[in-house]
Design a binder for this molecule. Structure first.
Ligand code: GLU
Length: 613
């Protein structure tokens, strides 16, 4: 998500901030802004012109006071409040003396802003961020300095953040803090920097340090000091940086696909933030439908393309099992042209990373014209689909640069499963304790995904051993079926090798004729429902000479006895297994592509966002 930069102690801070913001553009953003310290005041400029925002900001900054030595800058990727100048950071308190930038999400912003408004604070944006500026203002008024005021505020907030704050009364000081969202500090002779990541300050700083969760940093021209939330001094880990700009943008990974696969725990955590209200009800980001309207839903139709189609299929299992509503999943490009049967009691859910996929967008529009309740699940705030829909759930995966989807896929599954739980709450089909239990299990998933990521070497080794394979069949049952489809699609997209996904029970109705020595069958064995039947299917393909590669639970000796290769993953709830298994399948495709020397970030013939029919 977006980017932050700051500098203290420079002879001229502005060009450093603007260049840093340009270098953060690759992270994706919709608006940008800076604040400079200037003669015991703050000077602020903001621009909201989409991907042109930084250049618009550069134009505005022609009027900036020159030779300010410190300031902060931000590129925003909206999560709360549409992209627009009023919502762009930095945000200021009522006095205009305190300015703040923030990456992440403040989960309890509703209750904090209600309390602040009741005490007379006037808000100028609809972001979750602005509460921080006003709460720091209150703590400053109690006599705390800026660092103590931020510390006190952080004790009161829940969520994810990288924050930098300045105060006109404390020139040459930036206070910064982090929880979940990334933050680094850089130093050079006489000046100190902070940024979301290395590229922003690559040529400016000489040494780089990584800020950890719940640490508060005080930056001055001569360096920095760091304390934990209780004020105890801590030492930061130094980062060895020998990267050029391009590898710095990839966070030191060889390519964006690898970087984005490793961002998946964060993408899931971010998508889960701020989702349950005080009454324990799961919330949408935008909702223009009443609960009574939502309760009338008697049929759900999901429309999507590509990987999003597979996440929609996972959602079908979740919605039907938890909310007991019948769900049909339709390829978006087919929906509109088959005179679909939807009406005022139908919910039509469009799933698209970009929110601009023309097939999905036009399908939603068609559904709306037919009177259906229309829901969008997308990664881009205020995208065409988000604007068209009656309700929106955002995935918060941050920008995805690689053409093939990884982190946005997992974030979509999480968002759709939250939607399924919301429908179950409305319809009373799951007990409140069961919803709470499932939510708790969902919160455990990021750590499991991390575990799979940490075991990548094993997958790379398997990929090396089967690198010459030209035919793959991916088999699964239940939610293992959409997982199989997604695994096959990833493989096709980046290795250009033939791969098909099948529900395992369908094998004997045709594809079994293609099974012969040299074919690799990838079997998803982690969902305990129907696992025994899958074991029989494996016996069928093995007896026809196929090589079996199984994705199985840790410690599943029965599968290990049948399969030629096993990739082990942690066990989780049946409906959450795609979130874990798909990571292993991404790694498999990734390493098979690398074995072939292919460019995983730019597969041939494919575009990231498909805006033609
Ligand atoms: N949640 C904040 C907003 O919507 C920050 C978003 C970001 O990380 O850029 O303004």
């Amino acid at each position: 998500m977006c980017g932050i930069i700051g500098v203290v102690g420079s002879p001229d801070a502005l060009p450093i901030l603007l260049e840093g913001l340009e270098r953060l553009e690759y992270r994706g953003y919709d608006s940008a802004g800076v604040v400079l310290h200037f003669e015991n005041q703050l000077w602020r400029a903001r621009a909201a012109e989409g991907v042109e925002s930084v250049s618009a900001l550069v134009d505005q900054c022609a009027a900036a006071p020159r030779e300010s030595g410190s300031g902060i800058g931000h590129t925003r990727w909206a999560t709360h409040g549409a992209p627009g100048e009023l919502n762009a950071h930095p945000h200021v308190d009522c006095s205009g003396l305190i300015a703040l930038i923030h990456n992440g999400i403040i989960e309890n912003h509703h209750e904090l802003s209600e309390q602040l408004r009741a005490r007379g604070h006037v808000f100028s944006s609809v972001t979750d961020t602005e509460v921080l500026a006003h709460r720091i203002e209150e703590h400053r008024a109690e006599g705390l300095d800026l660092e103590a005021a931020l510390r006190a505020t952080l004790h009161e907030v829940r969520g994810a953040f990288a924050i930098a704050v300045v105060d006109a009364r404390e020139p040459d000081v930036i206070i910064a803090a982090r929880r979940v969202s990334p933050l680094i500090i850089g130093t050079a002779e006489g000046s100190t920097y902070l940024a979301s990541d290395v590229p922003a300050i690559l040529d400016r700083a000489e040494r780089f340090f990584v800020v950890d969760d719940d640490q508060i940093c005080r930056l001055t021209p001569n360096g920095f000091s760091v304390t934990d939330l209780s004020g105890v001094p801590v030492t930061l880990r130094e980062l060895e940086v020998s990267w050029d700009l391009e590898s710095a943008q990839k966070g030191g990974y060889d390519d964006f696909m690898s970087k984005e696969m490793h961002e998946q725990p964060m993408a899931i955590s971010a998508t889960l933030l701020d989702r349950v209200d005080a009454a324990g009800q799961i919330t949408f980001d935008e909702l223009r439908l009443s609960d009574d309207q939502l309760r009338t839903v008697d049929k759900v139709t999901m429309v999507a393309c590509g990987s999003s189609y597979h996440t929609a299929m996972v959602a079908k299992y979740a919605i039907e099992r938890w909310a007991r509503v019948s769900v049909e999943v339709d390829t978006a490009s087919e929906f509109r042209y088959r005179d679909p049967i939807v009406d005022a009691t139908s919910m039509v859910i469009g799933v698209s990373q970009s929110g601009e996929t023309i097939d999905t967008f036009t399908a939603l529009r068609e559904a709306k014209q037919r009177g259906a309740m229309v829901v969008a699940v997308t990664n881009i705030v205020d995208s065409s689909m988000a604007r068209e829909a009656d309700a929106v759930l955002y995935t918060r995966a941050g920008l995805e640069v690689c053409v093939v989807a990884t982190k946005t896929v997992l974030a979509q599954i999480v968002a759709l499963e939250l939607l399924a739980l919301r429908l179950a709450q409305l319809r009373g089909t799951l007990a409140p304790e069961e919803v709470a239990r499932l939510l708790q299990r969902l919160h455990d998933v990021p750590a499991m995904v991390q575990e799979v990521l940490d075991r990548e070497a094993k997958v790379a080794d398997v990929a090396h051993q089967i690198a010459s394979t030209r035919d793959f069949f991916f088999l699964g049952r239940n939610v293992g079926f959409p997982t199989a489809l997604e695994g096959a699609l990833k493989l096709k997209e980046i290795t250009y090798v033939h791969a098909e996904g099948y529900p395992a029970g369908e094998l004997k109705h045709g594809p079994l004729a293609l099974i012969e020595p040299g074919v690799v069958v990838v079997a998803l064995m982690t969902d305990d429902i129907l696992r025994d039947k899958l074991l029989s299917n494996l016996a069928e393909v093995k007896s026809r000479g196929a090589t079996v590669l199984a994705v199985a639970h840790d410690g599943d000796s029965q599968v290990a006895a049948v399969a030629d290769y096993v990739i082990c993953v942690p066990a989780t709830e049946s409906l959450f297994t795609p979130l874990v298994d798909m990571v292993a399948l991404q790694q498999l495709a990734y390493h098979l592509a690398r074995e072939r020397g292919l460019n995983v970030d730019r597969p041939r013939n494919l575009a990231k966002t498909v805006t033609v029919e």
